[in-house]
Design a protein around this ligand. Structure first.
Ligand SMILES: [Zn+2]
Length: 137
């Protein structure tokens, strides 16, 4: 029994120290089923996600996996509210949206183009459609 208590104490101490050093890692360890913020890497059950509406994607298209027609009226959330606010500008946020977009492409594909996402991120930051719209794939 003493041995068990000692091991339990040691594990608790280890977890507490790990949490102080890297809270996101401990949160991820206990929440493996949740995705994470691309910047702080904290899981979605510990932080609020910031949804960016995607412009011009309210449309009916076949789903990339099932082929069924789906009404796409969507947004994406690569960042938590805290990280999104800290980054301040659309340009600073874009790399994190690109990371999520690239993950989509590697996973099941995407019904959205990078240009639609890029324009949506910049529009959300400024309220203006970026001019000129340049295709950057
Ligand atoms: Zn974050």
């Amino acid at each position: 029994m003493k041995y068990f208590a000692a091991v339990l104490g040691f594990v608790s101490l280890l977890l507490a120290a790990s949490y102080l050093l890297n809270p996101a890692a401990v949160e991820r360890f206990f929440s493996p089923q949740f995705g994470t913020c691309q910047k702080c890497e904290r899981p979605w059950n510990h932080v609020d996600h910031h949804i960016t509406p995607l412009l011009g994607v309210d449309r009916v298209e076949p789903d990339v996996e099932t082929g069924e027609l789906v009404l796409w009226s969507s947004g994406m959330f690569p960042l938590c509210e805290v990280c999104w606010a800290e980054l301040k500008t659309g340009e600073a946020r874009l790399p994190y949206y690109r990371m999520t977009y690239d993950e989509w492409l590697l996973d099941a594909g995407s019904n959205f183009t990078w240009e639609e996402i890029r324009v949506s991120v910049l529009f959300e930051a400024t309220g203006e459609i970026p001019d000129p719209i340049v295709l950057k794939q």
